[in-house]
Design a binder for this molecule. Structure first.
Ligand SMILES: Cc1ncc(COP(=O)(O)O)c(C=O)c1O
Length: 362
């Protein structure tokens, strides 16, 4: 059992640190450790005092309390701290799925959401993003596990209030497992935090993190929310993998979650401004056809004119301008580019100007 190559990774490894303007990654441009400690209100001496033993297998109680408080009705016993959301997904799929199970998810998708289920023998039901944000679409789809990634990577779409209420009521009636991947929840289109569908009492599991939204992907902290018996099995599985998360990462994670009100509004403003800059210019970028303004998160999905290879376009764009974007082919959908909105504002503006002037991309 081996998953196929993770399509986005090769390109990310090659370009993310070299790009003048990084619109390829789905996270906010990273902060330096000194900045992160300031955001987390942790002094250097606090860190020096940290006992370097293993953290508790499930994650420290303080951190689990802080994570549980992000979800109505969830207790710290229903939280497992993991090494990134990727590990939380890997564990959840192993416990939730049996071979030949059906998994329905919004398409295109972050590859781990379907590649690991596929590796485990599941059948994948792709629900096209054009209709996936309508509750009625899911009514007649029969699956053993439904995966709802919102705000969605790579389109930046999410549900309207009415569709959301209807959808949740429908899923309660279905009495099936639902996994809400809410990695981008700290970047809603408006307000401080996006909604959650997580409800352990109804087998509505949750995976999440703050690392992409806060610009600290190197911390590698994520989590899984589920009812206690499911969570116990994932915790035991995790003992064979990463076992525990570094106490340094856990301590900084706790500080960031507790202090988020002080720095998150500034990040949200930056991402909204970047989205506005892109929105005002995308029609002038060469060979572009359509773009739906993201309703949340850090990425959007730009359609190219027919017949253009997204990979060739992305390669030439990088060579000629230093602007890095991901080709749709990395999401197994040709004719699109995924655009990230986490770059610093000045670089985003300069990058877009260079892109606009670059006429020989195909
Ligand atoms: C929707 C979604 N889920 C999960 C992940 C994995 O996140 P992490 O880097 O925390 O493992 C990503 C990463 O891009 C993602 O976009």
């Amino acid at each position: 059992m081996e998953p196929r190559e993770f399509f986005i990774e090769d390109r990310l490894e090659r370009f993310r640190l070299k790009a003048f303007c990084n619109l390829g990654e789905s996270g906010l441009g990273f902060f330096r450790l000194e900045e992160v400690l300031g955001m987390a209100e942790i002094s250097f001496s606090d860190l020096l005092d940290l006992p370097m033993n293993d953290s508790p297998n499930q994650g420290s109680l303080e951190l689990r309390k802080a994570i549980a408080s992000l979800y109505p009705g969830v207790s710290p016993d229903q939280v497992l701290v993991t090494t990134g959301t990727g590990e939380a997904l890997y564990l959840a799929f192993h416990i939730a799925l049996k071979p030949q199970n059906k998994v329905a998810l919004i398409w295109p998708a972050f590859q781990a959401l379907y590649e690991i289920p596929k590796m485990l023998g599941a059948e994948i039901v792709k629900v096209p993003h054009e209709k996936a944000f309508l509750a009625s679409t899911w009514k007649d789809i029969d699956a053993d596990l439904y995966i709802l990634n919102h705000p969605h990577n790579p389109t930046g779409k999410t549900f309207s209030d009415w569709e959301w209420e209807t959808l949740i009521a429908e899923f309660r009636q279905k009495k099936k497992q639902v996994l809400f991947d809410e990695h981008y929840r700290f970047l809603p289109s408006e307000g401080f935090m996006g909604r959650t569908g997580v409800d352990p009492n109804h087998s509505f599991y949750g995976t999440g993190s703050f690392t992409k939204c806060f610009g600290v992907t190197g911390l590698r902290v994520g989590w899984l929310i589920a009812e206690e018996s499911f969570l116990k099995r994932t915790r035991s599985f995790k003992d064979y993998l990463t076992h525990t998360v570094s106490p340094i990462s856990e301590r900084i994670a706790l500080g960031l979650l507790n202090a988020k009100e002080s720095f998150l509004p500034k990040i949200q403003l930056r991402v909204r401004k970047n989205i506005q800059s892109f929105d005002s210019i995308w029609k002038e970028l060469p060979h572009t056809e359509s773009f739906t303004t993201p309703a949340g998160g850090l990425v959007g999905w730009l359609k190219l004119k027919p017949g253009i290879s997204s990979e060739d376009y992305a390669d030439r764009l990088f060579e000629k301008t230093g602007v890095f974007v991901l080709p749709g082919s990395n999401f197994e959908e040709e004719g699109f580019l995924r655009i990230g909105f986490g770059e610093r504002e000045e670089r985003m503006i300069e990058g877009l100007l260079r892109w606009k002037k670059c006429t020989d991309l195909i």
